[in-house]
Design a protein around this ligand. Sequence first.
Ligand code: CMC
Length: 430
Amino acid sequence: MADSKTATLTFDDKSIELPVRSPSAGPEVIDIGKLYAQGGVFTHDPGFTSTSSCESEITFIDGDKGELLHRGYPIDQLAAKSHYLEVCYLLLYGELPTAAQLEDFEARVTNHTMVHEQMHNFFRGFRRDAHPMATMVGVVGAMSAFYHDSTDISDPWQREVASIRLIAKLPTIAAMAYKYSIGQPFVYPRNDLDYASNFLRMCFAVPAEEYIPDPILSRAMDRIFTLHADHEQNASTSTVRLAGSSGANPFACIAAGIACLWGPAHGGANQACLEMLREIGTPDQIPEYIARAKDKDDPFRLMGFGHRVYKNFDPRAKVMKESADEVLDLLGVENNPTLQVAKELERVALEDSYFVDKKLYPNVDFYSGIILDAMGFPTAMFTPIFALSRTVGWISQWKEMIADPKNKIGRPRQLYTGATYRDYVDIENR
Ligand code: CMC
């Protein structure tokens, strides 16, 4: 049904009628696509705080309620009842798979877990002490140099193959980046293992010993993947869409997404959060850090707190907190000092008027680092794990965009505040 509502924008002596679009959920959207053509003006919204950049059917967030839905299914149900590859299928194809569809999908992903052997040499060009995210940006970008047969974005079959390759190979690449950084040999994937167990094995096995993944740790790993799988139009996803809008190949687009994710305001927050919790050290230090977070003259922020969209609990943080308790119990890590600091910091912040008034709640990154640390991952691997989990979200959003006949190159405008026209001045006259 066509939307019939309009909004009227009045300025100077002009009055412009703008169509209002009704989403299936969330606030109504004023479509300003023709505003410049009709009124000769732009809108200005740095950080896109009030601007929708695309139409999407994949993920919905109600930030006030603290609700996250993938294709309509709430994240807590998916985290409890589903598993990562099933959620990947849901994000990519729109529906939960039947048993036969899931079996076929898992077989297709599993078939692609190895990387081109020559990529091993590519890794060896990096310094050993490179951050694994730096290595991943480079190696994932380089996939377009290794998999030419899936870079023609006008061919739906090639788009499909590229998607499966990315979902299948990102754990292998992340694990290789880790192994390279600690000077251990790369561990080839094992296709008889599930996705999470295979990743744990590629990270923690060594050729000299048998490695048997613990099913409870595999389940916790899988849940971390699931909780990070997609998050609608966040900075890295928007980066992937913008890169892809020019027709760039999917490997290059995902490399752009990884680069964007790395920042501490986004995916890099999980590393920054654990480092902050360790720096706080003991609960008695918390008031000092809370005071710093509130001080406008101090750039310090509570990492793992706050979100552009959630003005309530991040539903992923709730599941992550339960998972942290489970994993630490399993590993027999009683009285983990970092977990104690995290729980007390959360309690203090949620009672503090600064955080209450600004609606700053723990986000997904607040507890994930504690689990990953307990599993044996160094902090530098936290963001690569976020990146491999988010790959399915990026690729689903990219596929949706490419298949949309209304897709056009992303090209924002600007509010120019620089010098106006002036003539060139010869160097001797300056
Ligand atoms: N600690 C202290 N104050 C904060 C924090 C924080 N973590 N987050 C926001 N604020 C304050 C901020 O100073 C501002 O105050 P004022 O209105 O007085 O100027 C107000 O709250 C609004 O903040 P904002 O920066 O305008 O909000 P934003 O939507 O642009 O930023 C954010 C969202 C996630 C970047 C920010 O909350 C932040 O930097 N958090 C810490 C980093 C973090 O945990 N990031 C992970 C986000 S979830 C995973 C992901 O998406 O990757």
